[in-house]
Design a protein around this ligand. Structure first.
Ligand code: B1M
Length: 217
């Protein structure tokens, strides 16, 4: 079990190696995290995801451009491959299913992929529709597989406008399905005004919110 000081050092190492798009170093530090008993959830959220947040800031400040963003994402995914199998797996007597997707017109899928990892680890069956998903597709898939929750991710103020339209198609098709939304431009008020049942700020919280929605159902 790593000391608090060593854990902080490893989290910073993961953060920095994502920001500096050093894929091999990210893998090396992720392996050290596993070997030294750093919690995989903490390493993903406090190291890799935090690094990608910093990358977002650098992009906004025009210090990083698209090529750097993509290289940073590669480093994040490489670290994720190492850490993912070490997330504490949960199992449930009753299968819990969630459909996940990034809304139409939006190809930002890094956050959604982190959300997927957390649901996988929490023992949910995840039907991942990918990114830039057509509005009607969510209701079509929900009808096919009977998922109790549909999770929508949107990263742009333009693409998030698809959310109320998707929710309408879901409500028209199955009144019982619960809709969880997330992504940087959203907040609880916008989510509620769109008719969503829940909102989550990050990947870890997404699972907690989905469980809450099922408990309320
Ligand atoms: Co673009 N991009 N991008 N981009 N990009 C943003 C989103 C932007 C805010 C940057 C900016 O200009 N300030 C801006 C949107 C502005 C707006 O709102 N209107 C923007 C733009 C404009 C664009 C393009 C249009 C640029 C262009 O071509 N001119 C283009 C869009 C193309 C399209 O989608 N049609 C574009 C392209 C790209 C890349 C391809 C280069 C790349 C995406 C790579 C990929 O995803 N495969 C990219 C990136 C990386 C970003 C930023 C820098 C980072 C996004 C990210 O991955 N964050 C972003 C700026 C920023 O966010 N600061 C930006 C890290 C990730 C871990 O966080 O995705 O927020 P996030 O996910 C979090 C939470 O939000 C939450 O949990 C996650 C993990 O904790 N969450 C959920 C997310 N979904 C959830 C769902 C849930 C619950 C929680 O429940 C279901």
């Amino acid at each position: 079990m790593a000391s608090d000081e060593r854990t902080a050092e490893i989290l910073k190492g993961l953060h920095d190696s994502v920001v500096e798009y050093e894929e091999e170093k990210t893998v090396e530090i992720a392996n050290a995290a596993v070997e030294e008993g750093v919690d995989a959830f903490e390493a993903i959220m406090g190291g890799l995801a935090k690094g990608m947040e910093t990358v977002g800031d650098l992009y906004v400040r025009q210090e990083y451009f698209v090529p750097e963003l993509l290289l940073c994402a590669d480093a994040l995914y490489a670290g994720l491959e190492v850490l993912k199998p070490h997330l504490k797996a949960e199992s449930h007597a009753e299968p819990r299913k969630i459909i996940l997707g990034v809304v139409e017109g939006d190809i930002h899928d890094i956050g959604k992929n982190l959300v997927k990892v957390m649901f996988d680890a929490a023992g949910w069956q995840v039907i991942d529709l990918g990114a830039d998903v057509k509005i009607e597709r969510f209701a079509e898939e929900q009808k096919k597989c009977g998922a109790q929750v549909v999770g929508l991710s949107a990263l742009m103020t333009t693409s998030m406008l698809a959310i109320p339209r998707i929710i309408k198609t879901l409500r028209d098709a199955d009144t019982n399905v619960r809709v969880l939304v997330g992504g940087a431009p959203l907040n609880p008020d916008i989510a509620a005004s769109y008719g969503a049942d829940g909102y989550a700020d990050n990947a870890g919280e997404a699972v907690q919110q989905a469980v809450k929605l099922l408990d309320q159902a």
